[in-house]
Design a protein around this ligand. Sequence first.
Ligand code: CTP
Ligand code: CA
Length: 227
Amino acid sequence: GVLSGRPRDLAGRHVVVSAGGTREAIDPVRFIGNRSSGLQGLALARTALVRGAGVTLVAANVTLPAPAGAEVIAVESAREMREAVLSACRDADAVVMAAAVADFRPAEYHDNKIKKTSAEPDPIRLVENPDILAELGRRRASSGEGPAVIVGFAAETDDVLANGHAKLKRKGCDLLVVNQVGAGLAFGTPDNAAVVLSADGDAVDVPRGPKEDLAHRVWDLVAARLP
Ligand code: CTP
Ligand code: CA
């Protein structure tokens, strides 16, 4: 808008943002989850709206309100997120997978609450979830389908750059926002710091600051890559 000082460089574009963290149900009351707050995804949705985009927000267990004007699809599990993201991406120009997607889910769901007994508890066997980001990359590579710009996020605790470069390749995305977690950064905090790696070899350092600032930097890089 007028007060933001930013161009409406995403006007006429449709972007898909995933936010939050998936929950993988064990029984009706328990799940396997993660510490993602959804703040970075919400900041991405908000800033894309400011820059004129139509925004579909696929929100997994995000407690804060979504920005007005976004189309919100609420999901719980990785498999629900996959359905929502793939369907929203059919006519999207860009997708940013900011959500923390569970790599694994319990192999079986107990219809009734698991009871505490005097016997040894059963172990929870896990199976792998679909990798949504990798699937978006594969689909585009094989058929040209889906968004022109695909962005992933990665939280790394060590060998941040080496792990990031390898992950970018593996996922077939255009940009990978690598943030270092731990040390009071990222989870649940208003600030973030990251290196944005690109498939063409660039690395843009975004120093610690509001998640909103990182979001704008991501959209700068996305806008530059839109056909
Ligand atoms: N992602 C996804 N589907 C999954 C797992 C991850 O779409 N099942 C996406 C995330 O939303 C993120 C990116 O892939 O944008 C990287 O997630 P990350 O967990 O860092 O990558 P993994 O390949 O799962 O590697 P690892 O957890 O072993 O570091
Ligand atoms: Ca993972």
